[in-house]
Design a protein around this ligand. Structure first.
Ligand SMILES: NC(=O)c1ccc[n+]([C@@H]2O[C@H](COP(=O)([O-])OP(=O)(O)OC[C@H]3O[C@@H](n4cnc5c(N)ncnc54)[C@H](OP(=O)(O)O)[C@@H]3O)[C@@H](O)[C@H]2O)c1
Length: 279
């Protein structure tokens, strides 16, 4: 199953996230792709990700016949405030150069000539967008227009920032990646903006940010009715309300269960009741 942004580039409907896997990253990415995941999320940020080990997995998969164009690769430009001393670019250079250096280093890590999606890890400004955000976004637009990435996106963004970006940008983001809290109506405000503009909303920490929902008796009853686990119910719910979920599992069993979610169906009244848990 695939979902499509306003520029008609399709993304597999479930994405495998590679944060916090350290030395196990290569083996887990290989396992995830072998089991059926076709979209991989990473970042050029050594604090949380091992992008070069994702690249190692891609080389091994290529040797097994998994072609580059059968996979959807997404990585991020992480501004200096999200990096430690291992910044993958010259942090004293102008921001445009920082973006280009980080992008080129991502291509080298991932052994590819292009990306499917390149995401700004988060705005520099807390409220609204500032000059640094505009400068970085312009550099991202240039990468998109050069054809080196098929989509651009933004992460950790507020509704106000996203409205502003969509209004000011020459190229709107195609992808928005946010932590998705049930208690914020499953990020309803941001999802609504995405729907209006034809952007793909990617939700992360769907399980870890919503432990109370995982334990909710209604979710357990729905899981029992549908023959799913509570985690599968949440991922399926996310898909049915128009989200593209990320999973960060390290377990083979959970990888298989997560992929099965694409074949499941929740009833409209079940979707409504899960949405209501958050109210
Ligand atoms: N843009 C950003 O700033 C940002 C921030 C955070 C994350 N992300 C992206 O989002 C990805 C996912 O984030 P996350 O790790 O917070 O995701 P998550 O899928 O919400 O959490 C994964 C945790 O849930 C557990 N789990 C239990 N049952 C599961 C099941 N059936 N399927 C999946 N997991 C199950 C996992 O344990 P087991 O390992 O035992 O399955 C693991 O501890 C990251 O890897 C990263 O790519 C982006």
């Amino acid at each position: 199953m695939r979902v499509t942004a306003y520029n008609n580039v399709p993304i597999p409907a479930f994405m495998y996230g590679t944060a916090w896997k350290e030395g196990a990253t290569a083996q887990l990415v290989q396992q995830a792709v072998t089991l059926g995941f076709r979209a991989i999320d990473t970042a050029n940020q050594l604090i949380h990700y091992r992008e070069a080990l994702v690249g190692e997995a891609l080389l091994a998969l290529d040797q097994q016949g998994m072609r580059r164009d059968a996979l959807f690769l997404q990585t991020k430009f992480t501004p200096v405030n999200g990096q430690d001393h291992r910044t993958p670019y010259d942090a004293s250079a102008p921001l445009t150069i920082q973006v280009r250096q980080s992008f080129d280093s991502s291509l080298a890590h991932l052994h590819t000539e292009y990306l499917d999606s390149y995401v700004l890890h988060g705005p520099y400004s807390r409220g609204g967008l500032g000059e640094s955000d505009r400068e970085v976004w312009t550099a991202m637009e240039e990468l998109y227009q050069s054809g080196k990435t098929r989509m651009i996106g933004i992460s950790n963004v507020t509704a106000g920032q996203l409205v502003q970006l969509c209004a000011e940008a020459r190229v709107k983001p195609m992808v928005v990646q946010n932590r998705c809290y049930a208690m914020l109506g499953w990020d309803r405000e941001v999802r609504d903006i995405c729907r209006t503009h034809g952007l793909i909303y990617q939700g992360f920490s769907l399980l870890t940010a919503n432990r109370a929902v995982m334990a909710d008796p209604d979710v357990h009853a729905i899981a029992k009715r549908a023959g799913l686990s509570p985690a599968q119910v949440i991922f399926r719910f996310a898909m049915q309300i128009g989200m593209l979920p990320l999973t960060g599992t390290t377990s083979e069993q959970h990888m298989k269960e997560d992929l099965q979610v694409e074949q499941a169906t929740l009833f409209p009244e079940e979707i409504e009741s899960i949405e209501a848990i958050a109210e």
